[in-house]
Design a protein around this ligand. Structure first.
Ligand SMILES: [Zn+2]
Length: 375
């Protein structure tokens, strides 16, 4: 669905297939006879129209990227890690592995994108005016004019107060700031998003069915649907975090631990542990001291014909590299740590003493039980 194109500020940048589609659509809608360019700047040849069209579409791509980078910049500056940026039609998502901890930061981070877009629009608009005064070539004016327009549209569009758009986050952050209740604020912002999406779907359908304005109608319809699914995801996420932040890892960890000696072979680990017990990972213990953690992944790194020779001590994740938490840490925080490090389980430790182990599966089971019981 998405392709990696490189890293900026240390963040992997990915392009979603919808952006390619939009790229072609935009270049085409600008350059085609009877399109935006031939109407706005009549009398040029088709090569010039297409060149302007393609440069303008590229400009849109760069504008979206700059918009997204401004969110990430604020996030990183405030210690929030960004996993990746994915660019898709009319915007992007900066995937955070952590939510902002306070309302002010959420508002600032969300507002940074539209503000950047407006700033770019301002610069390009000013340049357009200056070039206009010196009668610069039409191609330059067309590109600058389009750049100013598209950035203004990006800014306004993203300020629509609906999830997952920036405006939705600005709205939630503001409500959160006033009420100091994140879940309540998310609930209200979600209702606004759902209302707006219903309206957009309705208007889109009306346009398609009654006015025959199919292209615009479908755009609005698609946007409405996009906002609806974003709002639902956001609410689900917040409910999940709310439930899991009230559970501590000591409540759900596996306490009766099966531990493994570092001196047995990987093959023995497979037959005596993975094939006979239901767990996906075991602490490795020597002389009552935890020295590491073995998981299915550790076994997979050893080729099948070597498993008779290699020892658990060679396959395991050494203790220094495992993720450990104290028993009072919440399940939400444990899950976050797992997501950040891309692992499936954490060791629960009290100083040097191993108390238990918690896996992603344990947390998901707790979540499901609590949701079903309405806790
Ligand atoms: Zn944005």
């Amino acid at each position: 669905m998405s392709v990696n194109i490189g890293r900026i500020l240390g963040i992997p940048i990915r392009i979603h297939w919808t952006l390619w589609l939009v790229f072609v659509l935009i270049a085409w809608s600008l350059a085609t006879p009877g399109g935006y360019l031939s109407l706005t700047y009549p009398g040029l040849d088709s090569t010039t129209y297409w060149s302007i069209g393609i440069v303008s579409a590229l400009l849109l791509f760069v504008s979206v990227l700059l918009h997204e980078l401004s969110h990430s910049y604020i996030a990183k500056k405030n210690g929030l890690p960004i996993a990746r940026i994915t660019l898709f039609f009319f915007g992007g998502v900066s995937e955070m592995t952590e939510e902002p901890k306070d309302a002010g930061l959420e508002v600032l981070m969300a507002a940074a994108g539209p503000l950047t877009s407006f700033a770019i629009a301002g610069v390009m608009g000013t340049l357009w005016l200056l070039f206009m005064l010196v009668s610069a070539p039409v191609a330059i004016l067309a590109i600058l004019g389009y750049g100013a327009l598209i950035n203004a549209v990006l800014g306004v569009f993203n300020l629509i107060p609906a999830f997952p758009l920036d405006g939705g986050r600005v709205l939630r952050g503001s409500l959160w700031k006033r009420s100091r209740n994140l879940l309540g604020a998310t609930g209200s912002a979600t209702r606004v998003s759902e209302g707006l999406s219903t309206l957009m779907i309705g208007v889109g359908l009306l346009l398609v069915v009654f006015t025959g304005n199919i292209v615009n109608g479908l755009w609005i319809l698609f946007l409405g649907w996009f906002i609806r699914s974003g709002a639902e995801t956001s609410l689900k996420q917040t409910r999940m975090t709310d439930i899991l932040s009230r559970v501590s890892v000591s409540d759900i960890m596996t306490k009766q631990l099966l531990t493994v000696s570092p001196d047995i072979t990987v093959q023995a680990l497979v037959t005596d542990y993975f094939l006979t017990h239901p767990h996906g990972g075991y602490p490795v213990v020597q002389n009552d001291k935890v020295v590491g953690l073995v998981t299915m992944d550790s076994v997979r790194t050893i080729p099948g014909d070597k498993r008779d020779l290699e020892l658990v001590s060679q396959a395991m994740v050494p203790y220094e590299k495992t993720i450990t938490v104290t028993p009072t840490v919440s399940a939400a925080d444990a899950l976050k740590r797992m997501a950040q490090k891309g692992v499936g389980r954490v060791l629960v430790m009290d100083q040097d003493k191993l108390l238990g182990i918690v896996s992603r599966g344990d947390i998901m089971r707790t979540l499901k039980t609590r949701q079903e019981l309405g806790l």
